[in-house]
Design a protein around this ligand. Structure first.
Ligand SMILES: Nc1ncnc2c1ncn2[C@@H]1O[C@H](COP(=O)(O)OP(=O)(O)OP(=O)(O)O)[C@@H](O)[C@H]1O
Ligand SMILES: [Mg+2]
Length: 248
């Protein structure tokens, strides 16, 4: 008897009688039209900041002083050296008429933003673990919020972290402070690409975006439309994902 009355007030997952459903059916075909969300990581000097110039009509949120490589371009930027500034920039991007003109948002780099957040938390708390916990929550919220900016392509750059597995192989992944956030990061993005610089047989520098993991370098392409290696051109990558029928 008691069980029945409990069920009436808080129905189980299988109790469907008497409910008016307001399910909103959407189509996965329209997912890419809300903007492509991509994270690129790479070693210092590989060209993560330079990649911003290949985005359609971008605005930069810069957490590091590395914009010199874009001095030849004319791209607007906002300095986001504190979490408050980042929040202001987010609200402005979502709500202002002025920001509507930008098709792409570049956050350069999230590794740097996370370091700023962690330093602020470390000042507040004597307990290092609590500071890392706060930083994880703040960063996860922040990354999701920017990633889900409606109608905008979003590019976040990240520094490179190298580690060695138990067999001595070198592994490469985006760098974030703390193990938890480092492990979570790839799940936030549809596209996680590694920016690689190698020298070819003639000694010339070659840059490419690695879009598929080789077991050593972390990379993934949820769209399935990218080649394993793509030229360092985010505009081309966005086109490929947004209009997949153009795949050769
Ligand atoms: N696609 C490219 N073709 C030619 N030169 C490039 C390219 N990308 C980057 N470079 C050059 O490489 C240098 C470093 O580029 P950039 O500052 O973009 O690297 P970064 O990955 O952002 O470095 P950091 O990690 O220090 O911020 C610059 O001199 C830039 O002009
Ligand atoms: Mg840079």
């Amino acid at each position: 008897m008691l069980l029945v009355s409990v069920c009436q007030h808080s129905p189980g997952f299988g109790d469907t009688q008497g409910y008016n459903m307001a399910i909103q059916l959407r189509s996965t075909a329209a997912v890419a039209s809300d903007g492509v969300k991509v994270c690129v990581y790479g070693a210092a000097g590989t060209g993560k900041t330079t990649l911003i110039a290949t985005l359609p009509n971008p605005i930069i949120l810069s957490a590091e002083g590395g914009l010199l490589s874009l001095h030849g371009a004319d791209i607007p930027y906002i300095v986001v050296d504190t979490m408050d500034r980042l929040r202001e920039a987010y609200t402005w991007l979502r709500e202002s008429k002025e920001a509507a003109q930008y098709e792409s948002v570049a956050l350069d780099s999230i590794s740097e933003v996370a370091e700023v957040v962690l330093a602020a938390e470390m000042k507040k708390s004597k307990d290092g673990r609590a500071a890392y916990g706060e930083m994880n929550t703040t960063m996860a919220d922040m990354i999701r919020a920017f990633r889900d900016l409606p109608g905008k392509h979003v590019y976040m750059s990240a520094k490179l972290e190298k580690s060695q597995d138990e067999t001595g192989r070198m592994l490469y992944n985006p760098s974030m402070p703390g193990k938890t956030l480092t492990q979570q990061l790839p799940y936030f993005f549809d596209e996680l690409l590694a920016l690689r610089v190698e020298r070819d047989a003639d000694g010339k520098t070659q840059r490419a975006l690695m879009c598929d993991s080789d077991g050593l370098w972390q990379a993934k392409d949820r769209s399935g439309w990218l080649d394993p290696w793509m030229p360092p051109d985010l505009g081309a990558i966005i086109n490929r994902i947004s209009t997949p029928q153009t795949k050769e």
